[in-house]
Write a protein that binds this ligand. Structure first.
Ligand SMILES: [Zn+2]
Length: 261
């Protein structure tokens, strides 16, 4: 049973170095995940990989079935997820090619199914710290071991898309405290927390956010920068899975305690 899950974002449709041993197609009570899960080995750990937008990148960000994706990981026995995403850089140090590990997020999405508890049970989970602190520490350890620089904090703001933002929106989001912007981390992160799965985001800054550059924003730039960053991601992932993991020191596993009305 794979204990680890990796979700790939735009420009990342596989984990470099993953030795695939099985391809698992699942259907869940919430529908079909974006793609079959590729289960394999990296640095001796069993990992399930899922490309969020499908292997052919044919799923729009606002149409991703996050509930099916996260539920599928749970069915596979995954307890810890690394969620990789392409983001636009808002803050000063968030320039293309930088890898950031966000510690906070602002959810500006709407109309996306964002809970597993919408029937009988009324559940309000604590989401003060939206990313698992334990997993973030392991990412930092991996970055150190791989000698890859990562920005260790930052607020990710999630929008619906699929259009990119206006320059005024980016100015407003900057005032709100956002450092990077993307279309995918929510509701992924909260759904993982509802299932008591640890999740950390690894955000590759693939472009300047609107208004920070005179150039037109293009998807080509996003894909090209993601591909250029893939060597960094490869060494980061290799080092991450080489880490010896101890029992989680975080509280993700007790999320549902005292959360039900
Ligand atoms: Zn955790």
């Amino acid at each position: 049973m794979p204990r680890f899950g990796v979700i790939g974002g735009s420009g990342l449709y596989g984990i470099p170095g993953l030795e695939i041993v099985d391809t698992v197609k699942l259907s869940t009570p919430y529908g079909s995940p974006s793609e079959s899960y590729k289960v394999g080995l990296l640095s001796g750990k069993e990992i399930a990989f899922l490309p969020r937008h499908g292997a052919m990148h044919n799923i729009h960000p606002h149409k991703i079935n996050h509930r099916a994706n996260i539920w599928g990981f749970r069915e596979l026995g995954v307890e810890r997820i690394i969620s990789i995403c392409a983001s636009g850089g808002i803050g000063g140090e968030m320039i293309p090619g930088v890898i950031a590990v966000p510690d906070q997020l602002i959810d500006m999405t709407s109309g996306r199914p964002s809970t597993f508890y919408e029937e009988d049970e009324v559940v309000h989970i604590d989401f003060s710290e939206p990313f698992c602190g334990d997993m973030r520490e392991y990412v930092f350890k991996a970055a150190e071991a791989a000698e890859e620089a990562v920005v260790k904090t930052g607020t990710y703001i999630c929008v619906n898309g699929p259009r990119l933002e206006t320059a005024a929106e980016i100015r407003a989001f900057s005032i709100l405290g956002a450092d990077m912007i993307g279309m995918t981390v929510m509701p992924e992160a909260v759904l993982a927390r509802e299932l008591e799965i640890c999740l950390a985001g690894v955000s590759v800054i693939t472009n300047f956010a609107a208004g920070r550059t005179a150039d037109k924003l293009t998807t080509t730039e996003v894909i090209d920068t993601m591909q250029a960053a893939s060597q960094k991601l490869r060494s980061l992932m290799k080092a991450f899975f080489a880490v010896t993991f101890s029992s989680p020191a975080c509280r993700c596993g007790q999320t549902l305690q005292d959360a039900k009305m």
